[in-house]
Design a protein around this ligand. Structure first.
Ligand code: URA
Length: 200
């Protein structure tokens, strides 16, 4: 009953009036099978008042153990990337499209993604960031509702439109990808400078 789960997710997400309420609602939501294998709800980290919100794909092992996004190896690289433009977790807000780790870090199914979409979209509406940064192809495709690949999308401002708001969004390369392809750090660096300039 994926369609029923999506409807229920939309209704529940829409009923959240604050970020804390959204976290509460997600913690009791039983409509996504990923919750059954995950240890933690990985909701967010950083400053919900920040001008910039980063959206990744899904928690990995370390994130699932700690209940926080981007705390493993790719998170450490993300912290260094942010530091390179003078930001840290007090100056950004961080979440993921999926709040539960897919077992063994498998690729989430389209159904799982669509069941979780209302929650991340509501999360963006409640945080009201000035800018979104979409980390990696999976996040960019989901949030922008496009099938374009990350190499085409990255470095160009786009926009994420939810039921209530439209937010400028910059897709960039995922830190986990950069760990495997360090030569592409130069591209991510360009994107970071782009963001920095936009922040003024
Ligand atoms: N990769 C992601 O996309 N998100 C995390 O939180 C950790 C790794």
């Amino acid at each position: 009953p994926d369609a029923a789960a999506i409807d229920q997710a939309r209704e529940l997400a829409g009923s959240a009036g604050t970020i804390e309420e959204l976290r509460e609602i997600l913690s009791t939501f039983e409509g996504c099978n990923l919750k059954r294998t995950a240890k933690s709800l990985v909701f967010a980290d950083g400053n919900p008042e920040a001008r910039v919100m980063l959206v990744g794909e899904a928690p990995g092992r370390d994130e699932d153990l700690q209940g926080l996004p981007f705390v493993g190896r790719s998170g450490q690289l993300l912290d260094r990337m942010l530091a390179a433009i003078g930001l840290d977790r007090t100056g950004v807000y961080i979440s993921n499209v999926l709040p539960w780790r897919p077992p063994g870090n498998r690729t989430p199914t389209p159904q799982e993604t669509e069941i979780c979409r209302p929650f991340i979209e509501r999360h963006v509406e409640l945080a009201k960031p000035e800018f979104l940064v979409l980390l990696g192809g999976s996040s960019a495709k989901t949030m922008l509702k496009t099938s374009d690949g990350i190499m085409k999308l990255r470095g160009r401002w786009n926009s994420v439109t939810t039921q209530q708001i439209t937010v400028p969004a910059l897709p960039t390369l995922h830190p986990a990808y950069l760990l495997r392809q360090p030569a592409h750090k130069a591209l991510a660096w360009r994107d970071l400078l782009n963001l920095k300039q936009r922040l003024g």
